[in-house]
Ligand binder design. Structure first.
Ligand code: WTA
Length: 646
């Protein structure tokens, strides 16, 4: 066990926190025993409503149905902007730090209001109406937040597609959500390199005839192809419209956004979130988990293309009137001190990042950290994958100078907001544990047969009662939604994660129990990589598993069976890697590809991934029973030719 095991929160950190241990217990108990009272109080305190709700909540966990703040009306952009204007019009809402350290911008709440109204009016002028879907394919620039908020202002549903996705992946998502408008930039900039976003959009749109408008933000001024009637420059269109746009009153259960995420099978799923519950949960968790205090500078390093960027760069912080920092670049450019230089430059108080970034920086040594001050830091956060205790310790001691609590926050695209995490000043920390449930969250552990496990246990993590920012459906496929989340175990939400509960009731997330990989905090379905591989002419069959990786958490290990007429070669291997990048995105590129004469299958033809995982992870002693395979000799062959991952 680690020396730090029972981190008593230091007095310095405890001084001004919103809650202490008793406060957490009291509120948690209220949220479970008197949920209507709890949620009514929080919803009144954190959100402005245009019309009050008639009922707090209704749910059916057998079918995944949930409705929160029924009949309530509100507008998300009004909550994130307008209501702050009386008090903090001149306060910075968004600090933007460019990839190039000499570039930054401060956007006040007043300016945010104008920009969002203008862009909302541009969308309206191009025919976008309440309920229409708008695709955003953006780099990390303030206009990404403007565009999200502009959609919410007029009741349009945004679908943000991460800028690292390939044109094909973008096309699939535009088609699935039936978007008719895309907002993008000429290019993105990351780590000194440019990313041809507009060009990717043009490629994707070759197969999307219904898209009639592409609004392009000028980021680099690169020469880009232009489609006269379809394409408009964002700055030109915004200059031509009014900077007043009344916020549309939205029903609490009206759709707010769609965000695609990977599952264990099939195509990515469009997770649908609705308005009132999502906004309240993100604001509430941002306030308590990050212990946000007025005037503080808060920085979440995620990309707005992922849920962390949605909930904790844009919606939660802005709903709370915070100053949120948005960084265009990468942690190691132009050097390994970049994050801490930004912390010092903008006096960041709260820093929220992923374990993969922490491990990458840790590998570069303490010096790039120690050479900076970081005196403004008060709190550190982690998200996206299990954080190993070594990385936790380094984060706490080296980055935080043993002074800042680390909040390890567990949640998912589907949960919309943080569900399990310590509260600074209230929860004693244990490195590697996401600790205790947030208010209103009732986690449980089930065995594979669906029996609930009590006390100290290891099992499948489920959530027993509805919470406000719960996924409402998979866009266009409600049956898949029910099958994925509400069918494995009756009457509860299944997370897809495994977890252990210790003697203090703390949760330790052990990772996915399904075929979803977590590569540098990016969620990738093995099926997605496999279907990309088999599209290649030289590939007959492919099976993909994850194996441990020091920095990325997991790496992608693919077994590929070549077509009878293809010759396995190093060139072909390199080709296959590029091919997957083109099909999905560079982040899904396999790290290892092993040629396979055959794949281990059961007699009914099902690939035995368990065995492939063991071979890839070099865990040959625990290979298990191979006698049920249709051809057990395949396994010996694969073991003999397994790749050296060292
Ligand atoms: C994993 C990201 C351990 C988990 C917010 C989950 C974590 C998946 C943690 C969701 C954490 C996220 N500790 N594992 N603190 N946070 N995960 O949808 O496997 O991109 O199911 O949402 O990331 O990934 P997603």
């Amino acid at each position: 066990m680690y020396e730090i095991e029972q981190h008593k929160v230091s007095e310095a950190a405890r001084r001004d926190t919103h809650l202490d241990a008793d406060g957490y217990e009291r509120l948690y108990r209220q949220s479970i025993e008197q949920p209507d009272t709890f949620w009514a109080e929080q919803a009144t305190r954190f959100v402005d409503w245009m019309q009050p709700w008639s009922k707090i909540h209704e749910s059916n966990m057998d079918k995944g149905e949930a409705a929160w703040f029924i009949d309530g009306k509100l507008n998300v952009s009004a909550n994130c902007i307008d209501r702050h204007l009386a008090k903090r019009a001149d306060q910075t809402a968004i600090i933007w730090e460019g990839d190039d350290p000499s570039e930054d911008r401060h956007i006040s709440y007043r300016e945010l209001h104008q920009q969002v109204c203008r862009l909302a009016n541009v969308l309206k002028a191009r025919g976008v109406k309440k309920g229409d879907r708008v695709c955003l394919y953006m780099p990390m620039i303030p206009e990404a937040a403007f565009a999200m908020l502009a959609c919410t202002r007029i009741g349009a549903v945004h679908s943000v597609v991460f800028g690292g996705f390939s044109p094909d992946a973008l096309r699939d998502r535009i088609q699935n959500a039936e978007c008719r408008v895309v907002i993008t930039a000429d290019e993105g900039v990351r780590g000194g390199k440019s990313i041809p976003l507009k060009q990717n959009v043009d490629k994707a749109l070759a197969d999307c005839p219904d898209v009639h408008t592409v609004v392009t933000v000028k980021r680099t001024g690169a020469d880009i192809p232009w489609h006269e009637h379809r394409d408009v420059w964002c700055h030109e269109a915004c200059a031509a419209v009014s900077d007043v746009c009344e916020p549309e009153p939205m029903d609490s259960e009206d759709p707010l956004f769609i965000l695609y995420t990977s599952g264990s099978t099939g195509k990515p799923k469009g997770v649908l979130h609705t308005t009132g519950g999502y906004l309240l949960s993100t604001a509430l968790t941002h306030h308590y988990v990050f212990d946000y205090h007025e005037g503080e500078v808060y920085w979440c390093t995620a990309d707005v293309g992922w849920v962390t960027g949605h909930s904790y760069i844009v919606y939660g912080p802005l709903c709370n009137g915070a100053t949120t920092l948005m960084f265009e670049g990468v942690p190691t450019y132009p050097n390994a001190s970049r994050c801490w230089d930004i912390v010092d430059k903008h006096k960041v108080n709260i820093f929220y990042t992923a374990p993969t970034a922490i491990r990458a920086l840790m590998a570069l040594g303490d010096e790039p950290v120690k050479s900076t001050s970081r005196a403004s830091l008060r709190l550190l956060g982690s998200v996206g994958e299990p954080i190993n205790p070594e990385a936790w310790e380094w984060y706490y001691h080296v980055v935080g100078d043993s002074r800042c609590p680390v909040v390890d926050t567990w949640w998912q695209t589907e949960t919309g907001s943080i569900l399990i995490a310590p509260l600074p000043g209230a929860t004693d920390l244990k490195p590697g544990s996401a600790t205790r449930p947030f208010f209103g969250v009732e986690p449980a552990l089930y065995d594979n047969d669906g029996n609930e496990l009590h006390g100290v246990a290891d099992g499948n993590l489920v959530i027993k009662r509805s919470w406000p920012s719960q996924i409402r459906t998979v866009y266009g496929d409600n049956q898949r939604f029910i099958d994925t989340y509400f069918s494995t175990y009756k009457g509860v939400y299944f997370t897809g994660d495994g977890a252990r509960r210790d003697e203090d009731g703390y949760y330790w997330i052990t990772g996915r129990v399904d075929d979803v990989l977590n590569i540098s905090g990016h969620r990738i379905g093995t099926a997605e990589v496999e279907s990309a591989l088999v599209l290649h002419d030289a590939v007959a069959e492919a099976a993909v598993v994850g194996c441990p990786h020091d920095i990325k958490g997991q790496a992608i290990y693919a077994y590929v069976m070549p077509m009878h007429n293809a010759t396995p070669s190093d060139e072909l291997l390199a080709d296959l890697k590029v091919y997957v990048s083109e099909q999905v995105g560079a982040f899904a590129k396999p790290d290892f590809i092993q040629w396979a004469p055959g794949l281990p299958k059961t007699r009914s033809g099902k690939i035995m991934r368990r065995i492939l995982r063991k071979i890839a992870c070099d865990e040959l002693d625990t290979l298990g029973d191979t006698s049920t395979l249709s051809d057990p000799t395949v396994v010996d062959e694969l073991i003999e030719h397994r790749l050296n991952r060292g």
